[in-house]
Design a binder for this molecule. Structure first.
Ligand SMILES: Cc1cc2nc3c(=O)[nH]c(=O)nc-3n(C[C@H](O)[C@H](O)[C@H](O)COP(=O)(O)O)c2cc1C
Length: 324
């Protein structure tokens, strides 16, 4: 029987989607939309949630959606539902990123199923990490996790390369904060928690925080802090792909989420220092420093968290469903 005729139980579909929306996304835009159909679930890019200044090609938008796709795969494996994923299944419509169907024959992967718990505990950890070395075998496990998703994780090792990458982060901060359009876009995504998306700011402080971000170039201060975080991070690593286009961004997001969930299982959390990937002139410089060929997609710092963070807000599942 073709997989599309197998159908996916609606309760199971909801369970998978509840997991999908826990994924990270740039500026917490949650730029995904799901459509349930007889055979399964379609994942769509919601480009009304794009960040045209920060992410003009929707590269990070696509990566964010594929983090949600990876969560969906984990939840399916945990529910013992074998699924078949087709990426970009409609050559005429790039907004349809993936189709998830019940598979007739494939079995579920226990490696995926065991990541279930991590989905609810992974956080973007922007604070300083505990001063504790990440053992080589853990780094190797993360490198392996990225490779399983046909992407790669390249640790930046050696003080010289690290300092140079940290300096690029500060340069990226300076370039972004000097751009009023970039600051305006960031301010637009600063929301009170009840909104369910964006970068959370306490309700009463929202207008002031937005005005400050819109008005002042804080690139110097932010850059100095980020440079210090990069320099001091127990593990600094580039996640990347061999080529650069929507199909590779879909691999990058699944690899990113796999790395983040495996990291949680090993006691680690991560945050992003993506400025050298986002600022066009800096990406080739990061390419030169990373010690391998290919395209950097995300720059991560990883380490042992010194603190437990609350979950960031998410929109209600109903808001992410396309019922048309
Ligand atoms: C593709 C991508 C790019 C991101 N870029 C940044 C970034 O440059 N700086 C940052 O602080 N967080 C970045 N984030 C993290 C998001 O802000 C974070 O996922 C979101 O606020 C939700 O919080 P959570 O990850 O704790 O659930 C990025 C996340 C993704 C998936």
């Amino acid at each position: 029987m073709p997989s599309s005729q197998l159908g996916l139980d609606r309760d199971i579909a909801v369970q998978l989607l509840q997991a999908a929306i826990l994924a990270p996304s740039s500026h917490n835009t949650q730029p995904w939309k799901f459509r349930l159909h007889d055979g399964g679930i379609e994942l769509w890019a919601d480009r009304t949630r794009a960040l045209p200044v920060n992410d003009p090609d929707d590269r990070e938008l696509t990566i964010s959606c594929s983090c949600a796709l990876f969560n969906l795969r984990v939840a399916a494996a945990h529910a013992e539902v074998p699924v078949h994923i087709s990426l970009l299944p409609d050559p005429h419509n790039n907004d349809l990123l993936a189709n998830v169907e019940m598979a007739a024959s494939s079995t579920v992967s226990p490696d995926l199923a065991e990541l279930q718990e991590a989905m609810g505990h992974r956080r973007t950890y922007r604070k300083a990490f505990a001063e504790r070395v990440v053992p080589t075998r853990l780094t190797e496990a993360l490198v392996h996790a990225a490779a399983q998703e046909h992407a790669w994780l390249q640790p930046i090792s050696g003080a010289t390369a690290r300092h140079a990458v940290a300096a690029l982060v500060a340069e990226g901060d300076a370039a972004q904060w000097a751009n009023p359009s970039w600051r305006r876009e960031l301010a637009m995504w600063m929301h009170p928690k009840r909104r369910g998306d964006g970068m959370t700011v306490p309700g009463l402080a929202v207008p002031v925080a937005q005005a400050v971000v819109r008005t002042f170039d804080m690139g110097h201060g932010v850059g100095a802090k980020d440079q210090q975080l990069a320099d001091a991070s127990p593990l600094l690593a580039v996640l990347g792909t061999d080529a650069d286009g929507p199909e590779h961004w879909l691999l990058a997001g699944q690899a990113l989420q796999r790395v983040l969930l495996v990291a949680y299982g090993l006691g680690l959390q991560a945050s992003y220092l993506n400025q050298p990937v986002q600022v066009p002139g800096l990406r080739p410089k990061l390419q030169d420093l990373m010690g391998r060929t290919g395209f950097p997609q995300v720059l991560l710092r990883l380490g042992y968290p010194a603190d437990t963070l609350p979950a960031s807000p998410r929109r209600a599942l109903g808001d992410t469903l396309d019922l048309t």
